[in-house]
Ligand binder design. Structure first.
Ligand code: HEC
Ligand SMILES: [Cu+2]
Length: 492
């Protein structure tokens, strides 16, 4: 019943798309936009004399600039693979992919290219697929011409007329499901002269995922159609999985380098408020087009849209890439890292940040200034029960957002405190982490984490209380932490 309703809606949507497509073609030929009209005509007139095979790259990498070549006949050879991958630690998902990755392989073209596109549907796949490239001027963005069953291949071609950064995606019914399973990627059409040179270029795409189990529920998770229709995402991630851009997948740059991010949003549902904690975008190609905005904090990337974001990294430290709809970042996976190495630039940034790490965003990760007077007051040691009381409150207001309600942490991002060997093995070390923060690789219960915890700036009484609470909860070893123990570590 519901299925047939969706099907009829999809049909309606498909015919609507055709109408809209027709209307916009009409308004263009009507000369509504003189400038782009002349450019289009020019692009059409570009003669192609050579031929080359396109270099396709997996995220987060992009092929090299087209600035040094003329428009050409560009042969794109892309294989669709349905395969099981890891959505998060211990969570598996069957992804449908363009080229074996989510997002799919990056295609770099330039204005005037004649793209000859061959789409191959691997014989082990179970479903037919196709591709709708938003860079195409033509019905369905190529979808109807590229419909291909498992074990078959199909070739179609188009000429790139409009420079910009475009999303491509599968458009086989149910369209939403094909996109929700990872069938999207980016195609760049560079202007004739190419984009200005930069030091680093990366490819990032956000996507929302809908699973039968809740976030983090272990095992192979099936797609949940009802949650997708309700837009109730379990995962919102960069590059296809929780941790797609952290740990060994984090991006890197050096102080002084210019960075260009090609950022897309596959959706299927959610709009991204793309933000980099600790940087300001010097330039944004709004929606991937010609309009340039400067000095931008957060740029909106629609589902099925993109943006080109450029900035110079000024100081060393960890930049944090997020969807600033912030629960998605800290609770659903939309969090990535860029590690910037190089010399400190105290004139640009000289905050009281340990090890040059800059995470100034949000109440939970912001270091609160210490109340000096309060810290110096002579205090009477609290009883264990009082420590548990105060500790529970402090845990709920400070540690909770990252280490979670029952100390279970978040796979690939925040280590567990519940039954944590790292915690239980060494009290002084744990106290020191709360006092001074922690970065770099650590192993907790056999899983490695390479992330950042900022110093918590609690006074001795508070640290004693919160650590006593942690040690006496969730199966930990029952240590009672005294203010003296905290003082010793603080004065070390
Ligand atoms: C902003 C997120 C965040 C907050 C808030 C936070 N932590 Fe952490 N914590 C981390 C991260 C990330 C690590 C791992 C650091 C690394 O990879 O080097 C960590 C590591 C730890 C560890 C060592 C590893 C383990 O699992 O035993 C302890 C102990 C710890 N935190 C305790 C606390 C306590 C207690 C609080 C509250 C007073 C707290 N943390 C608040 C993010 C946070
Ligand atoms: Cu598909």
């Amino acid at each position: 019943m519901i299925d047939s309703q969706i099907k009829s809606k999809l049909k309606m949507f498909a015919s609507l798309t055709l109408i809209i497509g027709g209307a916009s073609l009409f308004s263009c030929s009507g000369g509504a936009n003189q400038e782009s009209e002349t450019r289009k005509v020019k692009a059409e007139d570009i003669k192609v004399v050579s031929e080359m095979k396109a270099d396709l790259t997996s995220p987060p990498f992009v092929p090299k600039s087209t600035a040094n070549r003329a428009a050409t006949k560009l042969i794109v050879d892309m294989e669709i693979l349905e395969e099981t991958g890891e959505m998060a630690d211990g969570v598996e998902y069957v992804y449908w992919t363009f080229g074996g990755t989510v997002p799919g392989s990056f295609i770099r073209t330039k204005v005037g290219d004649e793209v000859e596109f061959t789409l191959k549907n691997h014989p082990d796949n179970k479903l037919p697929h196709n591709i709708d490239l938003h860079a195409v001027n033509g019905p369905g963005g190529g979808a109807a011409s590229s419909f291909v069953a498992p074990g078959h291949e199909i070739t179609f071609s188009f000429k790139t007329l409009n420079p910009g950064l475009y999303v491509y995606h599968c458009a086989t019914a149910p369209v939403g499901m094909h996109i929700a399973n990872g069938m999207y990627g980016l195609i760049l059409v560079e202007p004739e002269e190419g984009l200005a040179p930069v030091d680093k270029e990366y490819y990032i795409m956000q996507g929302d995922f809908y699973t039968k189990g809740e976030f983090g529920e272990q095992g192979l998770q099936a797609f949940d159609m009802q949650k997708a229709v309700d837009e109730d995402a379990d995962y919102v991630v960069f590059n296809g999985k929780v941790g797609g851009l952290t740990g060994e997948n984090e991006l890197t740059a050096k102080v002084g380098e210019t960075v260009r991010l090609f950022v897309g949003n596959g959706g299927p549902n959610l709009v991204s408020s793309f933000h980099v904690i600790g940087e300001i975008f010097d330039r944004v190609h709004v929606e991937g087009g010609d309009l340039i905005n400067e000095n931008v904090q957060t740029t909106l990337i629609p589902a099925g849209g993109a943006a080109i974001v450029e900035f110079k990294v000024d100081v060393p430290g960890e930049l944090v890439l997020v969807d600033h709809s912030i629960f998605r970042a800290f609770n659903k996976g939309a969090l990535g890292m860029m590690n910037v190495t190089g010399d400190e630039k105290k004139d640009i940034f000289a905050g009281t940040i340990q090890e040059g790490i800059y995470l100034p965003e949000g109440g939970t990760i912001q270091s609160m200034p210490v109340d000096e007077k309060k810290a110096d007051e002579p205090t009477v040691e609290l009883s264990k029960a009082e420590k548990m009381d105060l500790g529970k409150k402090l845990y709920g207001s400070t540690c909770f957002a990252c280490h979670q309600a029952n100390g279970e942490g978040i796979a690939n991002a925040f280590p567990p405190l519940a039954k944590a060997d790292y915690l239980n093995d060494d009290v002084s070390r744990a106290i020191e982490i709360v006092l001074r923060g922690k970065s770099g690789e650590i192993t907790v219960n056999g899983k490695t984490y390479n992330s950042v915890m900022t110093a918590q700036n609690l006074n001795d009484k508070e640290v004693a209380a919160v650590m006593t609470y942690v040690y006496n909860s969730w199966g930990n070893n029952g240590t009672v932490v005294t203010e003296d123990m905290v003082k010793k570590v603080r004065n070390k």
